[in-house]
Design a protein around this ligand. Sequence first.
Ligand SMILES: [Zn+2]
Length: 70
Amino acid sequence: MSKMTKIGALVRCPKCGEESRVVWVSQDGKLEAIKCMRYHSQLSSSTKAIPDFKTKKKSVKGVVFLVEVS
Ligand SMILES: [Zn+2]
C-alpha cells in the first residue's frame, strides 16, 4: 500500500490547522474528507463542503472538508 490516507487517521484541518480526522477516502485515494472538531463559521473557498455528508446542516462544529490529495 502507498501513502494513502486511512479513514480515522488524524490530520491537520485545511482551514484552522487543528487536529481533525479523516472520515472518508475515495477509492483512488485522490480525495479525502476531513472532519474538523473545531468550530467554523464559514467554509473557505479553497475547500469544498459535502452538503449531504453525515453532518447536521446547521452545525458549525465538526465541519467536513473535501480535499484533494496531491
Ligand atoms: Zn478546522
